[in-house]
Design a binder for this molecule. Structure first.
Ligand code: PLP
Length: 861
């Protein structure tokens, strides 16, 4: 019998227990051990059976138990303590308040948009790294007091739940989520629930807005499942990354355009200050810029002025170096969507995402490209990824060298309160008042130096035991589900065996099955009678990726073999609840992507914070912070074009390291059974990587390098003396007149030999056409020369102002010192110059001497 209507009966808590409801609705409990402990103590069994979900716990706890607790003095005391702690946490001055006091332009609000947020397993609105990162960003912003408002979608079926069939093939389930049973509340104003409307290809899409409270940070989640939506629009927010291209476009329109409208509603209802900075976490939310342009145009600004306003306050973070991972739409779909979007001209919207560069596809609308055009500031997520992104998107700034492409990098980080084992975190607590330089965010990352090896090793064993227990529980369920029986599961894993972790999504570049390259060799490692290894593997494949599912099956079938199944397991349904015991339980975290396709990778960071060594290809963050004290690098065979041969080489190196380095070191124990050299690696890893991989380092970097400057730009373009309008007019004028800019003549008074330390004098005659000297900068650009006379890693030295020679010509003279010996080249370049440009490449315009696309002169110094 199918119900025609559903409703949720909310529990009624006795008056003295009412604060439990508030604690359950603020997700800070998910990273605050005392609050979690309090909920556990309400009813330990129910806590476990609810999957650690306070909302479910409170809904199911029997009235008699509540009655008992109402009179339980100890419980009430704990409750008051935790309640007071949350009140303090929500109201006190934190890092950001101090920073803002010293930076008058500090933003009063920042909108952070992401298609997924991984905060806790009880709010399953994430698929993998992007979402976990967004969750850690919000939690950390809360811990630091950064005034972020998160914006996303509430998917009624979240991402899929994974199981396996008997043959090891991935099965997907989409259990329906009831928002009333989630830790979210509907955003209301005086007239009832707030409604957002968004034009969707000529129709209107309606949405309601759920509010999840992430500590101090509100997270707004738009939901299309409302009666006002007739037809298919209602299904817009059904699944994360589900459906075809139309569906994805509808979701992104709701996220970007609806998201800005949701923020406006939230600020209206709560009085929160309007954000001055908007951060697009990956391209999916990029339409937020188009909506902001529409807002400004409705206020009477022209498109160009509105664009400048939008750009000044927009930050775009790109997350993938895999070309197929870039979000693109057929032109026609975007035409359909924006044909009548108030006064915003369609051709201008289309131009924002157009791939009008060499190798681009004129039929596609590219969300990453739009991200760069709508955001004055952009970044990748590790140093290497920044570099790869500059190469990937150089077509947008083709007049500039790759190193000058204005995409920076901020390396990702992880939220220590969420990911470090609570007992290890306790060990790391800094004595109050400590001023040691290794103390960061309340923890002394070098503290293990003073902790006896025996204590560290016994804690690590406990962590391994917890992983073993979790593995057996999950494996029993999975194995029974597959009809394989489970009596053997009690023998699976051993808390005294060196434990490898390998968990991630399963796109092909991550090479789930590289370790199976030589199955016999892996088998020998797993079944060594004296010094075996064991491996825990997990990961979901996108439902449409048959190739990924085949890899999972291959892995599962290998692990099903009775000869090895006690030492290698594939655990289905990787999520936060599995990840939390997984990282601490591992001794080695393995990662073998095809370099350089892993933009950053964060799981190795989480493992390192728990004292695990990394065994990884030097990709993403590991390229930046690799050190033999923290683990091993698997040499990358990037030069080898044949993919099979490359896999062979890299797999062989992987086995070699495990056999020759890892196993001997782990099992090299002293008389007390302690592997001193291994324990030292735990100490070094936590001390050396701890402070670097923290999300607090990342969020501070975002504040100081991107949000702060973006807010300053926002204020500048909003200034009363023209601001954005003047900037837009200036850009128009400069673009229009740029053809008239010429470098007529360049000469050097020196010969073509110089000694190190000598000065190279250069003078240039520059024709400005209709522009004035203030509109431009003339630069002497020097650099190493490669074989075809291209300048590499150019260094830029602006010339002094120059002198008027009449006839529209100006003479610029300057010099640079020859700093290094070898073949050095130089050229003269003219670029636009304006105080409100964030960098010299912003407009993509540069003029070189006409007769020399390559440097006019090469000198040996
Ligand atoms: C950390 C984490 C990820 C992301 O791992 P990457 O190494 O960044 O790919 C995905 N899923 C879960 C559950 C995680 O905890």
């Amino acid at each position: 019998m199918r119900a025609i209507r559903r409703f949720t009966v909310r529990p009624v808590l006795p008056e003295v227990l009412k604060p439990l409801g508030d604690l359950a609705r603020n997700l800070r409990w998910s990273w605050h051990a005392d609050t979690e402990d309090l909920f556990r103590s309400v009813d330990p069994e129910l806590w476990a059976s609810s999957g650690g979900d306070p909302i479910r716990l409170l809904a199911d706890v029997p009235a008699e138990r509540l009655q008992t607790l109402s009179g339980d003095k100890k419980f009430l005391k704990n409750l008051r303590g935790v309640q007071a702690d949350l009140a303090d946490y929500l109201s006190g001055d934190l890092w950001y308040q101090g920073w803002a006091a010293e930076h008058p332009a500090a933003p009063r609000g920042i909108g952070y948009f992401s298609p997924e947020f991984g905060i806790t397993e009880v709010l399953p609105q994430y698929s993998g790294g992007l979402g976990i990162l967004a969750g850690d960003h919000l939690k950390t912003a809360s811990d630091l007091g950064v005034p972020i408002i998160g914006v996303g979608l509430l998917y009624r079926q979240g991402y899929f739940r994974q199981s396996l069939n008997a043959a090891g093939w991935q099965q997907e389930r989409y259990p329906l989520l009831d928002p009333n049973a989630l830790p979210v509340t509907l955003l209301h104003d005086a007239d009832g629930p707030v409604r957002i409307e968004v034009p969707l290809g000529g129709r209107t899409l309606h949405a309601q807005v759920w509010l999840a409270q992430v500590g101090r940070v509100p997270l707004l989640l738009l939901d299309s499942d409302v009666e006002a939506n007739a037809g298919p629009e209602r299904e817009t927010t059904d699944r994360l990354y589900g459906g075809g291209t139309d569906h994805r476009l509808a979701q992104e329109v709701l996220l970007g355009i609806g998201g800005v409208r949701a923020i406006r509603a939230y600020c209206r209802v709560t009085g929160a200050p309007a954000p001055e900075v908007f951060h697009t976490n990956e391209g999916h939310a990029g339409f937020l810029g188009v909506e902001r342009i529409r807002e400004y145009m409705n206020d009477g600004l022209d498109f160009d002025t509105a664009l400048e306003r939008c750009r000044a306050g927009t930050v775009f973070t790109t997350h993938t170096p895999v070309p197929a991972g870039i979000d693109r739409f057929p032109h026609a779909l975007v035409v359909d969507q924006f044909a009548s979007f108030d006064a915003v001209p369609l051709d201008r919207v289309l131009a924002l995402g157009s791939e009008d560069y060499e190798g681009g596809d004129p039929g596609m609308f590219n969300m990453a490209v739009m991200g760069f055009r709508l955001g004055q500031r952009a970044n990748g997520v590790s140093v290497l990824h920044g570099e790869v992104s500059r190469g990937m998107f150089q077509g947008l700034w083709s007049a500039f060298d790759t190193t000058e492409v204005p995409i920076g990098s901020i390396t990702n980080g992880v939220h220590h309160y969420s990911w470090v084992h609570p007992r290890l975190l306790e060990l790391l607590e800094a004595p109050s008042g400590s001023t040691s330089p290794s103390v960061v965010d309340g923890y002394d990352w070098n503290r293990l130096a003073a902790v006896p090896s025996r204590t560290i090793w016994s804690l690590k064993r406990t962590m391994r035991e917890e992983l073993v227990a979790m593995t057996r529980t999950r494996l029993t369920e999975s194995s029974l589900g597959r009809g394989l029986g489970a009596e053997w599961v009690d023998e699976v894993l051993d808390p005294d065996v060196v434990t490898f972790g390998f968990a991630r999504r399963v796109p092909s570049y991550k090479r789930l099955t590289l370790m199976l390259r030589e199955p016999e060799r892996l088998k020998a490692l797993l079944t060594d009678p004296d010094r075996p290894i064991q491996i825990v593997i997990a990961g979901k494949s996108h439902p449409a990726d048959e190739g990924g599912k085949a890899l999972i099956q291959q892995m599962v079938q290998f692990a099903d073999d009775p000869a090895v199944r006690h030492r290698i397991v594939f655990l289905p349904d990787y999520d936060i609840s599995m990840a939390k015991p997984l990282y601490p339980g591992c001794d080695v975290w393995m990662n073998n992507p095809l370099r350089p396709y892993e933009a950053c990778g964060t799981s190795g960071m989480k493992a390192a914070l728990n004292g695990a060594a990394n065994l990884s290809i030097r990709d993403g963050w590991w390229d930046e912070w690799y050190d033999p004290a923290f683990g091993w690098e698997i040499p990358s065979a990037e030069g080898v074009d044949d993919p099979d041969q490359r896999d062979d080489l890299e797999a062989r190196a992987l086995y070699d390291i495990i056999e020759n380095e890892i196993v001997p070191r782990f099992y090299d124990v002293d008389g007390d059974g302690i592997p001193e050299r291994w324990v030292q690696m735990i100490r070094d890893t936590v001390a050396g990587l701890g402070p670097k991989v923290l999300a607090s380092r990342m969020v501070r970097d975002y504040v100081t390098q991107l949000y702060g400057p973006a807010a300053a730009s926002t204020h500048a373009v909003e200034s009363s003396d023209g601001g954005a309008e003047a900037l837009a007019q200036w850009k128009r004028r400069v673009r229009g007149a740029w053809e008239g800019v010429k470098v007529d003549h360049v000469e050097s008074l020196d010969g073509d030999q110089l000694e190190v330390g000598a000065k190279l004098h250069v003078s240039a005659l520059v024709r400005l056409g209709e522009l004035s000297p203030n509109d431009i900068e003339v630069q002497l650009v020097t650099g190493r020369l490669d074989t075809d006379d291209q300048l590499r890693e150019p260094r830029v030295n602006p010339f002094p102002t120059g002198t008027d020679m009449g006839d529209g010509l100006r003479r610029y003279e300057g010099w640079v010192e020859a700093k290094r010996s070898g073949a050095i080249g130089y050229t003269v370049r003219v670029v636009p110059h304006h105080p409100q440009l964030a960098n010299q490449a912003e407009m993509g315009l540069a003029t070189l001497p006409a007769d020399s696309p390559t440097p006019p002169s090469a000198i040996s110094a």
